[in-house]
Design a protein around this ligand. Structure first.
Ligand SMILES: *[C@@H]1O[C@H](CO)[C@@H](O)[C@H](O)[C@H]1NC(C)=O
Ligand SMILES: *[C@@H]1O[C@H](CO)[C@@H](O)[C@H](O)[C@H]1NC(C)=O
Ligand SMILES: *[C@@H]1O[C@H](CO)[C@@H](O)[C@H](O)[C@H]1NC(C)=O
Ligand SMILES: *[C@@H]1O[C@H](CO)[C@@H](O)[C@H](O)[C@H]1NC(C)=O
Ligand SMILES: *[C@@H]1O[C@H](CO)[C@@H](O)[C@H](O)[C@H]1NC(C)=O
Ligand SMILES: *[C@@H]1O[C@H](CO)[C@@H](O)[C@H](O)[C@H]1NC(C)=O
Ligand SMILES: *[C@@H]1O[C@H](CO)[C@@H](O)[C@H](O)[C@H]1NC(C)=O
Length: 442
């Protein structure tokens, strides 16, 4: 009997050690499931997890339950963990090891830049830049619908199709309609490296007059069948969008067993967003500019209400994500633009780790090249900026009165994301005062 208890004791100690070593059990189980799938991702140097640990853990548990007999029933011990494992198995097993990343942002949050982290991953990545642009344009310009619920459903369906490499759901929204699944009109095709690869590049027909559709190659119009084939051949898929407003509308997408979705929500100081939009979308933000001039902002104006709605959407999405509902568990990450600007490499590493995709040397090099240059911005959509410097510029371009309006209207959102309020213009423009709280989001 004594020996039996000694063995039990040793086993418990070993179990504790192993649990510690494997860090978070859930992560190990993630990897385990990855490994069971046919298409394996190569391990990165950062990836220390190993199925062996999981295996021995299981073996130990079995051993324990056998040894302990009726008195010490250890099956309760891992009740919660086992529940999570079942969770994972049920939702992970059909994606074939493929990861689907949705970069969810709003305009002027640096989403093009962050999108590049994935676009530049290398030949295993299929990346799409704002495919929902077509959906929004068709539905809002033809006034077919302005109903947010309907729009959100259509966005979700198109995303689902695209993650599964089926372009037919998107095709319906491309204008003019593609002929034989070929279109010269795909929005920002050249922003997707995978859509400009050799095998997706159809011949240029009328050489002299034809607009080339890729920067790197002389490609003719996009053959969506080829795009789909390329997509199917890629290990991972990533889509960047600024059009999904509320995270909870994506639940059916996230729960699709054929997909293994990771959502990265990218946020930024709402004051900075406004300042940046006033420059980038000059005509659309005429009203704000007028207010900036005469210092008066009517709080019940439609523009102010719109700002509030936008801020509320950001906050509500983040609240859903951070509350870790069952359907989103370990599939949601919140990232602040300002943190990426300050620590681009570290943040990129964290994002890759979160997605479970190895951080490739190509992506690493791209980030190095594009965060250390002194090169001036070559356009408003340029991603080549000294990021840490750029991130603070808005403080000198936004009038204090407008900053105050944003603070009033977006207060709860700013608080949640850790953006400090300013009480006077001096603080706003004093660079030695940071407006960013150090904050971790889990
Ligand atoms: C992971 O497990 C394999 C066998 O499954 C073993 O060969 C390898 O050394 C282990 N790696 C680590 C880091 O433990
Ligand atoms: C341990 O308890 C569970 C329920 O908590 C029960 O289903 C199982 O049969 C028990 N095992 C042993 C060996 O008693
Ligand atoms: C197992 O859980 C049941 C109820 O969930 C409890 O009554 C029992 O005492 C637990 N057993 C052990 C060994 O913790
Ligand atoms: C939007 O559409 C949904 C579903 O068709 C409907 O239930 C809802 O009432 C609509 N909302 C508005 C504001 O029209
Ligand atoms: C598009 O590509 C597919 C697959 O290679 C091919 O069968 C089809 O003929 C192409 N379409 C056109 C219009 O060239
Ligand atoms: C980028 O901007 C920061 C802040 O102004 C500055 O300290 C840094 O030297 C700049 N880096 C490069 C490579 O220009
Ligand atoms: C900026 O803030 C720092 C720290 O609060 C303060 O010491 C400094 O005097 C301020 N500079 C100006 C120009 O107000």
């Amino acid at each position: 009997m004594k020996i039996k208890y000694a063995i039990v004791f040793i086993c418990i100690v070993a179990l504790v050690i192993i649990e510690k070593e494997s860090n978070i059990l859930s992560r190990v189980s993630d990897k385990l499931i990855q490994r069971q799938t046919p298409q394996q991702t190569p391990q990165t140097p950062l990836d220390y997890s190993n199925t062996t640990q999981k295996g021995s853990l299981m073996a130990l548990k079995m051993l324990l339950s056998k040894l302990s007999g009726p008195k010490g029933n250890y099956s309760n011990f891992s009740e919660e963990q086992e529940e999570e494992e079942l969770d994972d198995l049920s939702s992970y097993s059909y994606s074939g090891g493929r990861k689907h990343i949705l970069l969810m942002a709003t305009t002027r949050t640096g989403s093009s830049f962050v999108g590049e982290f994935f676009n530049q991953h290398g030949e295993k990545m299929f990346y799409l830049f704002e495919p929902l642009w077509h959906v929004e344009r068709m539905l809002t310009t033809t006034a077919k619908t302005n109903n947010g619920t309907v729009l959100a459903g259509l966005y979700r369906d198109v995303l689902q199709g695209l993650f599964l490499c089926d372009f037919s759901s998107l095709e319906k929204f491309i204008s003019p309609p593609p002929q034989d699944h070929v279109t010269p009109a795909l929005f920002r095709r050249e922003s997707s490296l995978s859509l400009c690869e050799e095998n997706v590049c159809s011949p240029v027909i009328k050489d002299v007059f034809e607009r080339y559709h890729c920067k790197t190659r002389r490609c003719g119009p996009l053959n969506l069948t080829l795009a789909s084939e390329s997509c199917l051949s890629k290990q991972h898929h990533a889509i960047k969008t600024v059009r999904v407003r509320q995270l909870d509308t994506l639940q059916p997408l996230v729960e699709d067993p054929r997909l293994d979705i990771r959502v990265i929500q990218l946020v930024r100081d709402p004051r900075a967003i406004l300042a940046s939009r006033m420059v980038a979308f000059s005509t659309k933000y005429q009203t704000w500019k007028a207010w900036a001039q005469d210092g008066q902002v009517p709080e019940d104006d439609e523009e102010v209400k719109r700002l509030k709605v936008n801020c509320d959407h950001l906050r509500m999405s983040a609240e859903v994500g951070l509350s870790q509902p069952r359907w989103l568990r370990r599939r949601y990450m919140l990232v602040r633009y300002e943190d990426i600007a300050r620590y681009p490499m570290q943040k990129a590493e964290e994002m890759y780790k979160f997605t479970g995709i190895p951080f490739s040397s190509q992506a690493r090099e791209w980030i190095l090249r594009n965060t250390q240059t002194t090169q001036e911005a070559s356009g408003i959509y340029s991603t080549q900026k000294n990021s840490s410097e750029q991130a603070e510029k808005w403080r000198f371009s936004i009038p204090f009165t407008l900053a105050q309006v944003v603070q009033r209207v977006c207060g709860p959102t700013m608080k949640l994301f850790g953006y400090r309020f300013v009480d006077d213009e001096k603080t706003l423009t004093n660079k030695s005062i940071t407006l960013l709280e150090d904050k971790l989001f889990y």
